[in-house]
Design a protein around this ligand. Structure first.
Ligand code: SIN
Length: 331
């Protein structure tokens, strides 16, 4: 259901599925199916709640976000780019499963301009659960996307009355409705269906896309460190033309000696290696060994976002580790 004319001011809603469009069939069922409610029905429910903002919905997919990847990203990137250029469009909302919302948000954040609000929203409870969070999160997302002050902040993620910047946001809980956290910044704003407050000015005003988007990006693997990890894990990760490896290391991005040596050998073969951490929070900064081995420190990015950034750098021809380090250190 579209309640707006495409030539009048409106917000575009790109629906992809996830729990926000999920149903269980019973409030007491533990399992449920994501991606069941179409965007027309979803927007109809909003209208019934008295939200009168002009919204134009498009269904891009209706799937669990574990199945979202380059093909859907290409469609979302194109549609977002077109919407940013459309004078009648005031802002864009993407409904998304929470499992990979972090990756989609960060990829778009780096590849579209920050001129207008672009908001990703999901839910942790299906629509028919007791205490379902979907409609409230969506009503909050409408409020953010409709606020001109949301522009110049990059792609934003709205969950549990909080607004996170895509550069900071990650899913940090498997079940709770406040599943998302931000690092190094916590929420950059607070929103409810009746209020909106920003915790500071826009930091990316006037900034265009940082990198060119490619659907087909170089292969980058994530190598998850564990105690006793044998060095041949690096050879496995390099199978099949891998151009980059992100180490999800212990603590400050560490790994057993054999792994570090094998990664240093990979750098000599032209593979870019980023050290990030499997720990939830904290910076991974450069250490003296990084200069010797040619490693890149992920700084505040966790493994999933570090992988996206490394793919973008490689796709955009940034292959020198020192240059890549500058991009990882950029806020
Ligand atoms: C998904 O990511 O599609 C399922 C989980 C969720 O949306 O919370």
């Amino acid at each position: 259901m579209n309640n707006a004319d495409i030539r009048s001011p409106h917000i575009k809603v790109f629906a992809t599925g996830g729990t926000i469009a999920g149903v269980a069939g019973s409030a007491t069922r533990r399992d449920y199916r994501p991606g069941q409610i179409g965007i027309d029905d979803f927007l109809g429910e909003l209208a019934a709640m008295g939200i009168e903002t002009a919204l134009i919905g498009s269904q891009f997919a209706n799937i669990g976000s574990e199945d979202i990847g380059p093909a859907l990203w290409a469609q979302l990137h194109q549609a977002t780019t077109d919407a940013l250029a459309d004078d009648a469009c005031r802002g864009i909302i993407i409904t998304h499963g929470t499992d990979t919302a972090e990756e989609t948000a960060f990829l778009l954040d780096q590849t579209v301009s920050a001129d207008k609000p672009v908001v990703i929203v999901g839910a942790m409870r299906p629509a028919d659960a007791v205490g379902s969070d979907g409609l409230r999160n969506f009503a909050n997302a409408v409020r953010v996307a409709d606020d001109p002050d949301a522009a110049g902040r990059g792609v934003l993620l709205v969950m549990s009355d909080r607004i996170f910047a895509a550069r900071d946001a990650r899913k940090a809980h498997t079940e709770m409705t406040d599943a998302f956290k931000g690092f190094p910044r916590g929420p950059v704003g607070h929103v409810t269906p009746t209020s909106l407050e920003w915790f500071g000015p826009a930091w990316r005003a006037g900034e265009g896309a940082r990198y060119r988007f490619f659907e087909d990006m170089p292969k980058v693997s994530i190598l998850y460190a564990y105690a006793g990890m044998p060095a041949d894990n690096v050879a496995h990760a390099l199978d099949g033309g891998t151009a980059g490896i992100v180490l999800a290391g212990f603590g400050h991005g560490n790994a057993p000696r054999g792994i570090r040596d094998a990664l240093a050998d990979a750098v000599k073969q032209g593979v870019l290696v980023v050290r990030s951490s499997r720990v939830d929070e904290g910076l991974v900064d450069r250490e003296p060994e990084d200069d010797d081995a040619g490693f890149i420190a992920a700084r505040a990015l966790g493994p999933a976002r570090a992988r996206i950034l490394l793919q973008l750098l490689l796709a955009n021809g940034i292959t020198d580790p020192a240059r890549a380090q500058e991009e990882f250190s950029r806020r």
